[in-house]
Design a protein around this ligand. Sequence first.
Ligand code: GDP
Length: 352
Amino acid sequence: MKEKDGIEQPESIGRESVAQIIQSRKNQPSAEELISGILKGDKTALSRAITLVESTNPKHLEKANQVIQACLPYANNSVRLGITGVPGVGKSTFIEAFGKFLTSNGKKVAVLAVDPSSTISHGSILGDKTRMEELVKDENAYIRPSASGETLGGVARKTRETIILCEACGFDSIVIETVGVGQSETAVHSMVDFFLLLKISGAGDELQGIKRGIMEMADAIVINKADGDNIKKANFAKVEFNRALHLFPAKSSGWQPKVVTASAITHDGISNVWEMISEYLNLTKENNYFNERRQDQNQHWLLETINEQLKTNFFNHPEIKSLLETNKKAVQNNEISPFAAASILLEKYFKP
Ligand code: GDP
């Protein structure tokens, strides 16, 4: 997916292009139209608003902020789930089965993705909508591929804002998929209530190659593909992961992470996953961890967004760009220390 940069204004315009421009402006809904559409549950309005959130055009962003602001009071009434796992573990098959389970129980499900690499690979996850064929046709589901962006921070911010829009549109179950590589898990973990790690049983040493940090973030591990000849191995893996999870310090949520087996193909164990999440929600709403965590996440995203904006503005500033090049060379030639060069650049930016 490519970001839309908005419509460039040509210097001189002929008759035909005037008509086209008027037409395209007519097709641009106002912020008010988008807001009322979203609040009525209109998925087209939702998609258009998300496109504004994802745009790099400042005018679009201004409109997006207006829409988000108006949607904010209607957001928050949801459960936000993060799902991670290495490619091939069955994430999209699982999300399809789990999503169908939720919609058949009266829920409205939005599936989003955080995949910074999609800029390069043109949507390595969720880009290909055919991966969730059933869910995509479901009236009570909404699937949106990962926003594109150069930085994880940028992609993550867009997803955070998209969550608000989806919730205001009536989606009460937000599923955020991410690939089990790189830093994207940490970003997703900081925007969800419950973080689920998908695994498959392998031969023998189940815990090998699994990043400690991801295990520590997980509120549950689902051993997927527990079907056919795999059931025995999956149960064995369950015992081993359970043992490993007990070695981590207790979570401040008061929740002891659990391991369950499931099959995204036969749907065995899918309802257990939801039961487990419900149990978690009951516990953390009762002990107020749920609200506290969302508050903490808001504070985190406030600072994170400032960080991200400062960095983007700084590195895209034309004068800074050329001064940076000059200083890079100077550092390379030992004419100046990296610290002194950084001071010059920062001073130029903040005290032009
Ligand atoms: P992703 O890359 O993590 O999104 O994985 P996919 O959902 O694309 O699944 C990868 C492969 O595993 C596909 O061929 C699926 O059909 C298969 N698969 C996914 N879930 C299951 C399952 O529960 N049981 C079995 N036997 N195969 C599965």
